[in-house]
Design a protein around this ligand. Structure first.
Ligand code: C2E
Ligand code: CA
Ligand code: CA
Length: 969
């Protein structure tokens, strides 16, 4: 049973509910019982006492009526009785009786219970017994007078005067007297039991008589009989002397004589309280209660009843309560059970569903009572169904994943094993190893890395570059970010030998697509030392420590490859000691060695590592001057060198005088081939022998001088723009045959501060090779635009201006845009500008140049081909680029007509016409030439014949007549 309850939620719940209900009902019932039984008991007692008092009052009325009659009789008799008359007047008492007769009769019939009234005169007064006694027992309202008592009644001396107490009692007590019940025998022999209230009348201490009232004892009993005291209870009456007047069993006994527990308390209470309740125990052990009420004549009415009967109602009520509870008991049990069950059974269903899911049935049936529920349990049911479905799917995928996972784990384990192996290798490797992120911040390093770098702090998180900079003492050290590279790291400490580390960095891409580097740091000091010593002996002359020829050539080649500026000029100087063989022969080889060593020392001092020095043969040295600017510089250096080296050499207290010769070859003017350069220097050296001792000889002085001049000019070009040394002149271009000015060609001039005016033929090629052509070209365009703007306002300038473009200018990407922007700035229409390019520009087109050209063309610029006929142009280009004008080169005009028939010029003119292209002939110096051109229909001409190039001012001032027309002769 217990296990059943334990396993059933609704039974547990029912049990708890039941316990709660029972406790509640029990407590309520108990409290109610306690309260109501007590209240009922108290009420019962109070009611009993009240009953006693009510009946007491009832009896009191009868008693006081009775006593009142007696008092009235006493009053009337005392009032009228004249004692002196009794002896003197016979029949006096009779007459009094006569007088009172109707009054007494009236009283007797009026009074309810007593129904009697009487006077008995003292027989001793006149020796006769006088009395009247009226009675209305039959209640018919007519009192009948009874027989007078004979005198013997009073004179008979009976020992027991029980029946005559109504007479003797008041006389003895001289007070109103209540007689106990006594028998009165009537005339007819019948008797009635009476109780009487009598009073003796005394006048001057003489007993006059006794008046009184009786009432039937049976009436009193009947009255008491009316009092209902529960089932077995009863009323009783006690007289003033505590004698029981009426009692079912103990009548006539004094309560003093009653031996019952607590009964004596009645007596003691009577003296104090007019009413009350006492409890006593009957002989059979039962508890009884007496409710009493004292009457006006000191009698006591008592109502006696067993306690059990008094509290009966209260107890029966409690009984009813228990019966009700008893009836409710099973109802409560059943109600608890069903309430619990109805609440819990959906939970059961849900439990069943979950249990089914638990054993693998992921689609458990849902009962309708769950399905149709609107509350949380319904939601839960649906949720469980969904959960089942999800669970099923999840378990499936988990199972699949588990297999996958198993595989992965074993693979991971393998990977971990191999990782551990690799990691151990990483840690134990003799080479330093690091892993960095893309920014070369170190992520991992091995102990060897620390050993090799002698770095003491943990490198993780630090930048590799900063560590290397620190250990090399080279703040400029920057590592490339390329995919693979080597980096030599040299650690120099003042007190320890140099160490060479070799860092090999390899970029890898990790699985997140981010770059990382793996670096291996190798100590190459030993290897380098070995290599260096080998190299050293291979490359060096042992006695002087100088490089040999091979090494020197290699060094020079390396230098030329890495030098910053391509325009830098270098020189090779080959030095030969004169007659060194003779020194050896005359002074011995020791001396020869000493001389050579001293010379090499002096050369070293002189060159100070700035240049390259080598001993190329026994008595031959090579000096490579890395960077020189002027011939003068070489000159000065040479003088210095000769002077220094030819100073006497002290050897074993002797002074040895030597002379030398030098051969010079200039790079790149003489040749840019290094071997040839060296040979040139040697050649120069040989030819220097004839030039005398202690001289330097150039391989070709003229070339060198010119080269240097160009070099100088090229350098000066860089500042010429800033110094404003350029200006433009404008040569008119005239239309043929009328010779009206059609346009002008802008030609640049350089006013050199020392060399005077320099022709563009001289400096434009230098500007092209020296990289200044772009800037100069743009300056030209700007200046032309500015001038055109001026002419626009003055109105005396040409309408078209031709500008010469270097082919190189077309190579800069945004050239066409720059030109367009300049024109726009000065508000010059594009078709006012002719662009002159040479044929080579058409042929050597790359995509940038052709794009620029096409752009310029499409913007509206006219394209003129300069110096046409001298290059290798193809006719197709002329068409492809939509060339506007051809300029016949001067060379085809120059010799017309004397040396040249003008065939080529004519051919060009014809060709142009057939292509629909116009022609300008330039370099026209003579009238014949002009006529020739006019004759053959050339469109325009330009030349000294018409005008030299003019300053803008001169152009403006050009004779207007000349501007409009020039006669052809
Ligand atoms: P070019 O384009 O053929 O210019 C014509 C040259 O012939 C000019 O020499 C001009 O003064 C000269 N000339 C004109 N008429 C006669 C004549 O009747 N007889 C003779 N013998 N010569 C005449 P210039 O000014 O010395 O220019 C030489 C070259 O320099 C030009 O040849 C041109 O290729 C180049 N050049 C001039 N100015 C510029 C420029 O601003 N930019 C570029 N890139 N090149 C320029
Ligand atoms: Ca030109
Ligand atoms: Ca030309």
């Amino acid at each position: 049973m217990l296990t059943l309850i334990k396993s059933r939620l609704h039974l547990k719940f029912a049990l708890v509910l039941f316990a709660l209900l029972i406790t509640f009902t029990g407590c309520t019932t108990f409290l109610l019982y306690q309260k109501s039984v007590k209240a009922l008991q108290v009420e019962s007692l109070t009611r009993l006492e009240e009953t006693a008092r009510a009946w007491g009052n009832e009896i009191n009325i009868e008693i006081s009526n009775t006593m009142q009659i007696t008092e009235m009789l006493s009053f009337f008799i005392s009032k009228d009785f004249d004692l002196s008359q009794v002896k003197r007047q016979v029949g006096y008492i009779d007459s009094l009786l006569q007088e009172l007769d109707p009054f007494i009769r009236g009283i007797a019939k009026d009074f309810s219970m007593a129904k009697t009234a009487y006077i008995y005169y003292n027989w001793e007064l006149d020796g006769v017994a006088h009395d009247i006694y009226y009675v209305d027992f039959d209640n018919n309202g007519d009192a009948t007078r009874q027989e007078e008592l004979p005198i013997t009644y009073f004179t008979e001396d009976k020992p027991d005067r029980g029946d005559k107490k109504w007479w003797y009692g008041p006389i003895e007590t001289k007070k109103g007297f209540w007689s106990p019940p006594y028998k009165w025998t009537f005339d007819d022999g019948s008797y009635t039991q009476f109780m009487s209230y009598t009073k003796a009348i005394f006048i001057e201490n003489q007993l006059i008589g006794v008046v009184g009232t009786d009432f039937k004892y049976s009436n009193l009993i009947a009255l008491l009989d009316k009092i209902k005291v529960y089932d077995s209870g009863f009323p009783f009456l006690l007289d003033a002397n505590q004698i029981l007047l009426i009692h079912p069993t103990l009548e006539g006994r004094s309560i003093d004589s009653i031996d019952l527990e607590n009964f004596d308390r009645l007596k003691s209470k009577l003296s104090r309280e007019p009413s009350g309740i006492i409890q006593y125990r009957e002989t059979d052990g039962q508890t009884w209660l007496i409710a009493y009420s004292q009457l006006s004549n000191n009698w006591t009415l008592g109502l006696s009843a067993p306690l059990s009967e008094i509290t009966q109602s209260a107890r029966s009520m409690a009984l009813w309560a228990f019966i009700l509870v008893g009836i409710f008991f099973p109802i409560i049990i059943i109600a608890s059970y069903y309430t619990a069950k109805s609440l819990i059974s959906p939970v059961h269903d849900l439990t069943d569903m979950v249990q089914l899911i638990g054993i693998g049935n992921y689609s458990p049936p849902i009962t309708p009572r769950i399905l149709h529920r609107q509350d949380e349990l319904g939601t839960l049911g649906v949720a469980i169904i969904k959960m089942g479905v999800n669970l099923k799917e999840n378990i499936q995928s988990i199972t699949e994943n588990a297999v996958q996972l198993e595989l992965e784990i074993s693979e991971k384990r393998k990977a971990t094993d191999s990782f551990n192996l690799v990691y151990e290798a990483f840690v134990a490797a003799q080479n330093g190893m690091i892993i960095t992120d893309a920014n070369l911040c170190i992520l991992h390093s091995n102990p060897s890395f620390l050993n090799l770098t002698e770095f003491t702090t943990e490198p993780a998180g630090l930048s590799l570059e900063s560590i290397l900079q620190l250990i090399c003492g080279d703040e400029t050290l920057i590592l490339p970010r390329s995919a693979f590279y080597h980096q030599k790291i040299i650690i120099t400490h003042e007190d320890s030998p140099k160490r060479y580390l070799w860092l090999i960095m390899t970029r890898i891409e990790n699985k997140d697509g981010q770059y990382q580097y793996i670096g291996v740091l190798e100590d190459q000091t030993e290897t380098i030392h070995q290599a260096q010593s080998l190299e050293y002996f291979r490359d060096h002359d042992v006695s002087t420590g100088l490089m040999n020829k091979t090494a020197a050539i290699h060094e020079i080649r390396t230098y030329l490859k890495t030098k910053e500026s391509t325009s830098e000029i270098s020189a090779i100087l080959a030095i030969n000691i004169d007659d060194f063989r003779r020194i050896n022969e005359a002074m011995g080889y020791d001396c020869g060695d000493a001389v050579i060593i001293e010379i090499s020392k002096r050369l070293k001092d002189l060159l100070q590592n700035d240049h390259i020095l080598a001993r190329t043969a026994g008595d031959e040295f090579l000096v490579f001057l890395k960077s020189i600017n002027t011939l003068q510089e070489i000159e000065t250096f040479g003088q210095h060198l000769i002077q220094r080296i030819t100073q006497p050499i002290h050897w074993r207290s002797r002074e040895i005088f030597i002379t030398l010769r030098g051969g010079l070859s200039i790079y790149p003017f003489d040749t840019d081939d290094l071997d040839a350069l060296f040979n040139n220097a040697i050649t120069a050296l040989i030819s220097a022998k004839s030039a005398g001792k202690n001289t330097l000889h150039y391989y070709s002085q003229g070339i060198a001088e010119e080269a240097f001049e160009k070099y100088e000019l090229s350098n000066q070009l860089r500042v010429a723009l800033e110094q404003n040394e350029f200006f433009l002149v404008y040569q008119p271009i005239v239309a043929l045959p009328n010779q009206e000015i059609w346009g002008a060609e802008a030609l640049i001039r350089w006013q050199h501060p020392t060399k005077g005016l320099i022709s563009p033929d001289q400096f434009i090629p230098l500007a092209e090779s020296g990289g200044t052509i772009d800037a100069i070209g743009l300056w030209v365009i700007k200046t032309v635009c500015r001038q055109l703007a001026l002419w626009k306002t003055s109105g005396d300038g040409p309408n078209h201006i031709s500008i010469n473009l270097s082919t190189l200018q077309l190579n800069s990407h945004d050239f066409s845009e720059q030109v367009a922007q300049i024109l726009n700035t000065h508000d010059i229409p594009f078709d006012q500008i002719n662009i002159e390019i040479t044929e080579s520009a058409l042929i050597l087109q790359n995509s940038v140049a052709s794009e620029n050209l096409a752009n310029l063309k499409s913007m509206g610029f006219k394209i003129h081909i300069d110096d046409f006929g001298t290059g290798f142009s193809s006719l197709s280009y002329l068409r492809d680029y939509h060339i506007d004008v051809l300029k016949i080169d001067r060379s085809f005009i120059r010799d017309i007509p004397q040396l040249d028939s003008g065939d080529i010029a004519r051919l060009i003119i014809d060709l142009s016409k057939s292509l629909g292209i116009e022609v300008i002939a330039e370099g026209v110096e003579t009238e014949e030439q002009l006529n020739f051109l006019i004759l053959h229909g050339c469109h325009y001409m330009q030349g000294y014949y018409y005008s030299r190039p003019l300053s803008p001012e001169d152009f403006s001032a050009l004779d207007t007549s000349k501007k409009t027309k020039k006669d052809v002769t």
